[in-house]
Design a protein around this ligand. Structure first.
Ligand code: HMG
Length: 384
C-alpha cells in the first residue's frame, strides 16, 4: 500500500522582525546574522497566539469536511505546549469541529516530535486502510532577548494529512534512527525560554547526520546518487548547510552542486520565518515543493530533536503534487506579512497573560485566538 503526505499546509504569524535591524539593535555585524546564521526575517507571535492557535490555523488551511469524515488519528508534535496535562490535540477538537471518534494526543521530543507523529501515522494508515491521520507540528522558539539564541527564534505551524495513495509525498518506509542522552538543549518546566549549549548542539546535530547517513547507506545499499534532494531540520539555515557540507568531496561535484542548489530552494521559507522547532524540516519540504520540486524525485529527510533523537528517512514526490500544492497561495502567506519594529517585538515578548485575562476580540487579527484565562484554564475562540 502506498502511504504518505496527501496534503500539507502551514501557518506563520503575520508579523516579523528584520534580522538586519535585530543585528543593529544588538550591536552585531549584520553579516553574522544574514550570512553566518543564514536568516533574513523572524516571525513574532502575539500574546493571544500559542501552540494551540497556530496548530488550529495550519490544520484549518488544509482540512475539508471529507478529510474530517475519514480522520482516525490526530497527533500534535510540540515542545511549546500550554498545559502539562491536557494535550494540544484535545484543544483542537472544538476549534476544528473534529468528530469524536478519533484517537488524539501530543508528542514531545524537541524538534523530533512531528517526525515521530508522521511515522506513527504511517503505521496507523497501514493498519486502517481508508482512514486518514492529521499530524501537526506547532512551536514558538524562544531563547530570550539579547541571548546568543535570539537570532534563531521563530514561530509557526505545519499540518499534514497522511493517507493511502498520497498526492504529495509517498513515504518509502525506509528509515534509520538513533537516540542518545545528550545535554545540548533543554527547557525546564518552569521556564518559557530554552537553554542551549549552542556550539555543542551544532556538533551533536552534525554527528547524528553523519552516523545516520552511514547507517542508511549500509542498510539500504544506496549512495547519494540515489537522491536528488536532501532536506534537513533547519533551526537556522546555516545549520543544514553544515550537515550538507560533510558530503563535499565524498560525492561527485555534480551531485554536490545539485544537492546544494536544491537545499537553497528548501531554505527560502525558513530564511523568512525562522525556527519552527519541530515544524522546521516540514517548512523546508514546503519551501522545496513551492520553489523547485519535480515529480518522481527521491528525497532524503534528516530529522533531529535535541536531547537527542535523530531519524533519516526517504520519500518520493508524487506525480500530482502540483494539483494539491497551491504555490502562489503559499508564497503569498510569506509575502503578505508586515514588519514590526525591534522596540515593539521586545515589548510584546515581555507580555504574559495571567489568570483573569480576557482578550478583547476587537484587537484580534487572527481566526483562532486565546480568548480568556479563567481559573487558570486557557479558553480559545474562533472569529466567525
Ligand atoms: P554565536 O556564538 O552567536 O555565533 O552562536 P558564532 O560565533 O558561532 O557565529 C555563528 C556563525 O557566524 C559562525 O559560522 C561564524 O563564523 C559566523 P560557522 O562557524 O558556524 O560556520 N560569523 C560571521 N559570518 C559572516 N560575517 C560575520 C560573521 N561573524 C561571525 N561578520 C548559535 C550561534 C547558533 C550557536 C546560537 O545562536 C545558539 O546557541 N542557538 C541556539 C541553538 C541552536 O540553534 N542549535 C542548532 C543545533 S541543535 C538543534 O537543531 C535543535 C534545536 O532545533 C532545538 C530542538 O531540537 O528542539 C535548536
Amino acid at each position: 500500500m502506498n502511504i504518505g503526505i496527501d496534503k500539507i499546509g502551514f501557518y506563520v504569524p503575520k508579523d516579523y522582525i528584520d534580522i538586519v535591524e535585530l543585528a543593529k539593535a544588538r550591536d552585531v555585524d549584520p553579516n553574522k546574522f544574514t550570512i553566518g546564521i543564514g536568516q533574513d526575517k523572524q516571525a513574532v507571535p502575539f500574546p493571544y497566539q500559542d501552540a494551540v492557535t497556530m496548530a488550529a490555523s495550519s490544520a484549518d488551511s488544509i482540512l475539508t469536511a471529507e478529510d474530517k469524515k475519514d480522520l482516525g488519528l490526530l497527533i500534535v508534535g510540540t515542545e511549546s505546549s500550554v498545559d502539562e496535562s491536557k494535550s494540544t490535540a484535545a484543544f483542537l477538537m472544538d476549534l476544528l469541529d473534529l468528530p469524536e471518534d478519533i484517537r488524539s494526543f501530543e508528542i514531545k521530543q524537541a524538534c523530533y516530535g512531528a517526525t515521530a507523529g508522521l511515522q506513527t501515522a504511517y503505521d496507523f494508515v497501514s493498519n486502517n486502510p481508508g482512514k486518514k491521520a492529521l499530524v501537526i507540528a506547532t512551536d514558538i522558539a524562544r531563547y530570550g532577548i539579547k541571548t546568543p539564541g535570539e537570532v534563531t527564534q521563530g514561530a509557526g505551524s505545519v499540518a499534514m494529512i497522511i493517507s493511502q495513495d498520497p498526492r504529495v509525498l509517498k513515504l518509502d518506509h525506509k528509515s534509520v534512527y538513533m537516540t542518545r542522552n545528550v545535554g545540548d538543549f533543554w527547557r525546564p518546566t518552569f521556564s518559557k525560554t530554552a537553554f542551549a549549549r549552542g556550539k555543542f548542539s551544532n556538533e551533536v546535530y552534525v554527528d547524528f547526520f553523519q552516523t545516520l547517513w552511514n547507517k542508511y547507506q549500509a542498510k539500504y545499499d544506496v549512495t547519494a546518487d540515489d537522491f536528488s534532494t536532501m532536506l534537513f531540520h533547519i533551526p537556522y539555515t546555516k545549520m543544514g548547510t553544515k550537515a550538507l557540507r560533510t558530503l563535499e568531496g565524498k560525492v561527485s561535484d555534480a551531485k554536490y552542486a545539485e544537492l546544494t542548489k536544491h537545499y537553497q530552494a528548501s531554505i527560502k521559507f525558513s530564511r523568512a520565518v525562522g525556527n519552527l522547532y519541530t515544524g522546521s524540516l516540514y517548512l523546508g519540504l514546503l519551501s522545496y515543493l513551492v520553489n523547485a520540486a519535480k515529480a518522481g524525485e527521491e528525497v532524503l529527510f534528516f530529522s533531529y530533536g535535541s536531547g537527542a533523537v535523530g531519524e533519516l528517512y526517504s520519500g518520493q514526490i508524487q506525480a500530482d503534487f502540483e494539483k494539491v500544492i497551491d504555490k502562489k497561495a503559499l508564497q503569498k502567506i510569506i509575502d503578505d506579512r508586515q514588519k514590526m519594529t525591534i522596540d515593539d517585538y521586545e515589548r510584546i515578548y515581555q507580555v504574559e497573560y495571567q489568570d483573569g485575562t480576557i482578550v478583547d476580540p476587537k484587537t484580534i487579527t487572527e481566526k483562532f485566538y486565546l480568548s480568556e484565562i479563567k481559573e487558570n484554564e486557557r479558553l480559545y475562540k474562533k472569529l466567525k
